[in-house]
Design a protein around this ligand. Structure first.
Ligand code: 10G
Ligand code: SF4
Length: 336
């Protein structure tokens, strides 16, 4: 019996009925850009190149934290022998460990050195840029107010650059509680994957409290985050439902869902095609589809195939930007 007291057969029939009830032709508006950004491509490439290095075959390869926040990517690499750990004390001395795309604090680098690990850094260069800003602005005597989400690896890494001179702000309402030694010497920085609209509100609140607030020389919210938000925003008005492919801990994917909901359209985060619920599709002739920066394009194809199983699907791709950003891999994995 299931939670509603039905036999397995009755439950299966009810599920089939629910899917039959939402069968019919549909249009899929496909956001572009979507899916992997240059930082994710580079991070996955770092791990793949290390796996393939002849000298390393047979030796375990460790990655601290998820290389990117996508369970399909992580499971795929695990199947190829990668061992994901939460902290460095799980890595045997002398082994190779990759730091994830979200970055690490200097304390983690120091720990790796102290334990004699060979560390390969897959931090996205655009996260490294924010770390450099945190070091520079704290060194000139500013308090760094980081706008971001508590507990996220990227935030932990950036705060770790100058822990004594940094304060985390998660929302505009946090701003009133910020204590700084000198209100004239405050610079804000942000996590790279925030929603632009929410961040602007937090910056306004900071500026109201600290009129001499300084900003980063260029936007810390990265090009990929901005492009994915703009691309989705452009197609939402024509859709009855928005599906965002991404894992539950993917900040940039969650921001796509939240922004759409704030604009008044139903939106759901799905890990893959199995996450779609028939009830969401009832009466919906047009679905807007996108994928967060860590979700592989293959999952997008799979969702389109799943929707095609319910009736003919017309895919209309809408592009709001062309991305040709590529980051060189770190020197440890560069081919000569
Ligand atoms: O969106 P977040 O930061 O949670 O990470 P992700 O792995 O889902 O997407 C790629 C973005 C980063 C590596 C953070 S800069
Ligand atoms: Fe780099 Fe932006 Fe991708 Fe993060 S989301 S890995 S900052 S390109």
């Amino acid at each position: 019996m299931d939670s509603e007291g039905r036999s397995p057969l009755a439950a299966a029939c009810a599920a089939a009925d629910a899917w039959v009830g939402v069968a019919g032709p549909r249009t899929v508006l496909l956001a572009s850009p979507r899916s992997w950004c240059a930082g994710v491509e580079r991070a996955v490439e770092v791990v793949e190149r290390l796996l393939e290095e002849p000298g390393r075959r047979g030796r375990p390869l460790f990655v601290r934290k998820q290389i990117v926040h996508n369970t399909h990517v992580v499971r795929g690499l695990e199947r190829r022998g990668v061992v994901f750990v939460e902290e460095l004390d799980e890595v045997p001395e002398g082994a190779t460990v990759v730091f994830s795309a979200h970055g690490v604090s200097p304390a983690v680098r120091e720990e790796a050195r102290g334990r004699g690990l060979e560390a390969v850094d897959a931090t996205c260069p655009l996260v490294t840029k924010v770390h450099a800003e945190a070091r520079r602005f704290s060194a000139r005597g500013d308090t760094v107010v980081l706008i971001g989400h508590d507990g996220h690896e990227e935030v932990e890494g950036t705060l770790g650059e100058a822990p004594e001179h940094s304060v985390l702000v998660q929302s505009p309402s946090d701003v009133r509680d910020v204590e700084v030694p000198d209100p004239d010497r405050v610079t804000y920085l942000t996590q790279t994957t925030l929603a632009a609209d929410e961040t602007a509100e937090a910056v306004d609140a900071l500026r109201a409290r600290f009129p001499r607030l300084k900003e980063p020389p260029s936007d810390d919210i990265c090009y990929a985050t901005t492009n994915r938000q703009n691309a989705l925003e452009a197609i939402v008005p024509g859709a009855g439902l928005v599906l965002v492919i991404g894992s539950a801990n993917s900040s940039n994917s969650l921001r796509l869902v939240e922004r759409t909901r704030r604009a008044g359209t139903a939106a759901h985060l799905i890990g893959d095609a199995t996450g779609i619920r028939p009830g969401w599709l009832a009466g919906v002739a047009t679905v807007a589809l996108t994928a967060g920066a860590s979700a592989p394009q293959a999952l997008v194809d799979e969702v389109i195939r799943a929707l095609s199983g319910l009736g003919p699907v017309t895919v209309q791709e809408h592009s709001t930007a062309v991305e040709n950003v590529r980051f060189a891999p770190p020197k440890e994995v560069r081919t000569p």
